[in-house]
Design a protein around this ligand. Structure first.
Ligand code: C5P
Length: 221
């Protein structure tokens, strides 16, 4: 039987990862970070010297990249071509190049297919899947869809705290740039999916957001 899917979408720095992992841990569900998959493809393309701004070069090189996602919310892992790239994909280089790579339809096609197969093969009762297009494209039938937002200043401050960056203005600019590319691309842009519940985490703690979502799951499950 297919697992219960909780879709968590939203812009960069809205707290998706901590929230999605927290919900999965509370419910004993698996966890899939689809952003890590786009990042891992980007890492592999950069390794190969592919120009990430050249959509046809990206489309040509991407199918050879082998991505394997771990689904343990306590210790998520991601491998590209057999290498654990969990640390490398958080670097500035990957962060700066991932959004252009994610606009390429061939890349999205490959990863959406892979994401659906991870969901279908999930051994847990449910899976929390985070990204930009989960409720709209990857799992449009998900019984619970969350659209997580937060004020830009709150998002930049959180992201800077995570990465240890002291340049909050630079972090804010980098988030705004990714949001712009992610929201305006033609292929499954970041958008509020039909039937999603919007949660603004600007003034909420992580535990409150997690409990709100756990409550929504328990209502429909
Ligand atoms: O979530 P995270 O910030 O790690 O995602 C990195 C990038 O991957 C996003 O800025 C976006 O360009 C892309 N992405 C996407 N669709 C998803 C998840 C991530 O396009 N489902």
């Amino acid at each position: 039987s297919s697992p219960f899917v909780v879709a968590v979408d939203g812009p960069s720095g809205s707290g998706k990862s901590s929230t999605a992992r927290g919900v999965a841990q509370r419910l004993g569900f698996a966890y899939l970070d689809t952003g890590a998959m786009y990042r891992a493809v980007t890492w592999a393309l950069l390794q190969r010297g592919v120009d990430t701004g050249d959509a046809s070069a990206v489309a040509e090189a991407a199918p050879a990249v082998r991505i394997v996602s771990g689904t343990d919310p306590g210790a998520p892992t991601i491998h590209a071509d057999g290498t654990d790239v969990s640390v490398q994909i958080r670097g500035e280089d990957v962060t700066a190049h991932v959004s252009p790579v994610a606009t390429v339809p061939a890349v999205r096609g490959l990863l959406v297919q892979l994401q659906r197969s991870v969901i279908a093969g999930c051994a847990a009762d449910g899976i929390v899947v985070e990204g930009r297009d989960i409720g709209s494209t990857v799992a449009p039938d998900a019984p619970v869809k969350i659209y997580l937002v937060a004020d830009p200043a709150a998002r930049a401050a959180r992201r800077a705290a995570e990465t240890g960056a002291t340049d909050t203005a630079g972090t804010a600019e980098s988030l705004a740039r990714r949001d712009r590319i992610d929201s305006t691309r033609a292929a499954s842009p970041l958008t509020r999916a039909d039937g999603s519940v919007e949660i603004d985490s600007t003034h909420l703690g992580l535990a409150e957001v997690v409990e709100t979502i756990v409550g929504l799951v328990q209502e429909v499950r």
